[in-house]
Design a protein around this ligand. Structure first.
Ligand SMILES: [Mn+2]
Length: 390
């Protein structure tokens, strides 16, 4: 029996700092990645299309994403392929008993070609017939009711007479993801008796064994942020018999992504801005997601020479999306003469505001700083008056 297994497609993924046009293009690429998985399933005439959670980035996806997913399911159906879905931590509502709350998978499961295994509170298993034989598919959707460290699979077992796969969306012990979330243990995966355990959630693909079970992490179909730059997106093609699993990882070509790090200490120059632009010009291209991080201790002279707005504009105009990371940068302490200096509070406020404005990329952030400055000056002058009346 032939199976395609994908997870973490994150349709409709939101990026707070993208423009609406960038966001639309990025979301189109996420949809196209899933279409490539569907194309593969159709070209190779597989029996089942399994999705291991986080098909959508949110529990309430936009209509465009739902309509797209339905269209892909219909394409699979026309090719005689059934789809099995489970919910992930992103696309399952946090509380299933909140009024009006339902998983988007329930919309898709109105198609007779879709089986949604909500599997909250324990695996839900079905026996499926395909033209190549029968199998058992178990599913455990992401369950926000579980506590950190809970094992979502405790005590589950599969009958031994048919080929079986278990679809889950959770971390595997030993693969650090996020602290404080439920983790499937190798012991319970091995004890459940499934031939293959198919895991969504970890955006990095891997293959392991637990006892007689083959464990496959699907990985995501795109690199969702700069922290995933070293991941290789893709999906799995499986051939399954009782007690025998053959699996090939099929890579997908992600959107190009670059990350450039510059040490602040390198910027002690007459013209640090040109230095940065020269480094950037070697990696920018209009299809790429690009992030520049300036890290380390920057002295104040270099800081005042560094034109961050020019750098941001240069990156933004020449790449698909440009992100400037300054969190790893600190400013060196300024040395003051030991005799003491006189400070004009208004002047200091203006200077601080000018510094903040020059390091902000967004117009609304700059406006906010200007408003804060005006409010601070008003208060400062007001307090001055109160004191002089005393
Ligand atoms: Mn995910």
């Amino acid at each position: 029996m032939k199976i395609v297994f994908t997870a973490d497609n994150h349709l409709g993924c939101y990026y707070a700092r993208m423009t609406p046009a960038q966001l639309e293009r990025r979301r189109l690429l996420l949809r196209q990645a899933l279409s490539q998985v569907v194309d593969y399933a159709l070209d190779n005439e597989v029996d089942l299309f399994l999705q291991g959670g986080d098909l959508f980035d949110q529990p309430d996806p936009r209509n465009v994403e739902i309509a797209f997913a339905m269209g892909e399911i219909k394409r699979l159906e026309a090719g005689g392929i059934r789809t099995v879905l489970i919910g992930g931590n992103h696309d399952t509502p946090k509380s299933s008993n909140a009024p009006g709350s339902t998983a988007p998978h329930r919309i898709l499961s109105h198609s007779s070609a879709v089986l949604y295994l909500a599997g909250i509170g324990g695996p839900e298993a079905v026996r499926l017939s395909t033209c190549r034989g029968e199998l058992i598919v178990g599913g455990v959707s992401s369950d926000s009711g579980l506590q950190p460290g809970d094992d979502p699979l405790q005590g589950c077992s599969f009958p031994g007479n048919l080929p079986s796969v278990l679809l889950m969306h959770c971390s595997l012990s030993g693969h650090g993801w996020m602290a404080g979330e439920p983790v499937a243990s190798r012991e319970s995966l091995s004890a459940c008796g499934a031939d293959a355990v198919l895991l969504g959630h970890n955006h990095r693909a891997f293959r392991e064994r637990a006892g007689s079970a083959v464990i496959l992490s699907a990985g995501a179909t795109e690199r969702l942020d700069f922290g995933e730059i070293d991941n290789n997106p893709g999906f799995w093609a499986l051939e399954l018999e009782r007690g025998e699993v053959r699996a090939d990882f099929i890579p997908l070509t992600p959107q190009p992504m670059h990350r450039l790090r510059i040490a602040a200490e390198e910027l002690a120059l007459d013209d640090p801005t040109s230095f940065v632009l020269k480094r950037l010009s070697k990696v920018v291209d209009e299809r790429s997601l690009l992030r520049l991080d300036i890290e380390g201790m920057l002295d104040r002279v270099a800081y005042h020479r560094l034109r961050l707005t020019d750098i941001w504009r240069f990156g933004t105009e020449r790449s698909f999306y440009f992100d400037l990371g300054l969190n790893g940068m600190t400013l060196a302490e300024e040395e003051f003469p030991t005799k003491g200096i006189s400070v004009d509070p208004e002047e200091e406020l203006r200077r601080a505001a000018a510094e903040m404005i020059s390091s902000r990329c967004e117009d609304n952030e700059r406006l906010l700083v200007e408003e804060a400055l005006a409010a601070s000056l008003t208060r400062l002058r007001g307090e001055g008056r109160v004191r002089s009346n005393d």
